[in-house]
Design a protein around this ligand. Structure first.
Ligand SMILES: [Zn+2]
Ligand SMILES: [Zn+2]
Length: 170
């Protein structure tokens, strides 16, 4: 797993069942996002990247669907770049698993770009300014459930990444 796929529109990512099944990809994604290893692209440093955006460890070179990101190998998790000061301040963990937004208020318009569709540039997207989200992080005894409230830019990062699990891109 190294490279970004193009937007795999309409592809639903699968629920993560254990840390073990995603550990290798997650660690590689964290390493790459922290070192700009997805680089050579317009976005030199990203805040977050979702598993639907990469060629996964389960992907095969011989499967054209894998190169296009629509192979069904993608799971519901994203990683953040905690080398960015703002991200480190807002996100306590590197990896966020099976997240669900349980409340959202204050509709706003936010201008965003996406590593999977850099040619779109930045576009205005409808978001909510304040969300409550439930998610899982790796723990000693399996996936550990967490809940948090996020506002502003941090909440847009969540909403952007979760949209990729539904196969939605800019
Ligand atoms: Zn694949
Ligand atoms: Zn994106």
């Amino acid at each position: 797993m190294k490279i970004l796929t193009p937007p795999s529109r309409g592809e639903q990512a699968q629920k993560v069942l254990s840390w073990r099944e995603i550990k290798k990809d997650a660690k590689e994604m964290v390493r790459l996002i922290r070192t700009d290893g997805f680089g050579g692209r317009m976005w030199k440093s990203a805040y977050a990247v979702g598993h639907p955006q990469v060629v996964t460890g389960k992907c095969s070179e011989n499967d054209p669907n894998c190169a296009l990101g629509r192979c069904g190998h993608h799971k519901r998790f994203f990683v953040v770049n905690r080398k960015q000061a703002y991200v480190a301040q807002q996100f306590k963990y590197d990896v966020y698993i099976n997240a669900v937004i349980i409340s959202e208020v204050e509709p706003v318009s936010n201008r965003e770009g996406c590593m999977s569709n850099e040619y779109a540039g930045t576009v205005n997207v409808r978001r909510f300014n304040k969300i409550v989200v439930e998610y899982y992080v790796p723990g000693w005894f399996g996936l550990k459930k967490k809940r948090g409230m996020f506002t502003g830019l941090a909440s847009y990062v969540w909403q952007h990444e979760l949209s990729h699990f539904r196969g939605e891109y800019l």
